[in-house]
Write a protein that binds this ligand. Sequence first.
Ligand code: F3S
Length: 81
Amino acid sequence: AKYCWVDKDTCISCGACGATAPDIFDYDEEGLAEVAFGGDGNQGVTEIPEEMFEDMQDAADGCPTDSIKVADSPFRDLLEK
Ligand code: F3S
């Protein structure tokens, strides 16, 4: 399984991720990107379906500030450890 999360502390609102993977990313009221897929609310706890892996990876690779994080387990678990 893959999970995705945007580090808003480093996102510069460049907009590349939403253009690359509009099904996964959306922007908050400040224009910062967040993972919106499945109502995730940028918690990084919603499993990203396999058919979206390519878009997700392209977005992560294309982010100029490396703000898009991808992991094999939910981010909330990682944060709690
Ligand atoms: Fe921000 Fe990177 Fe997307 S800077 S808007 S997370 S491509």
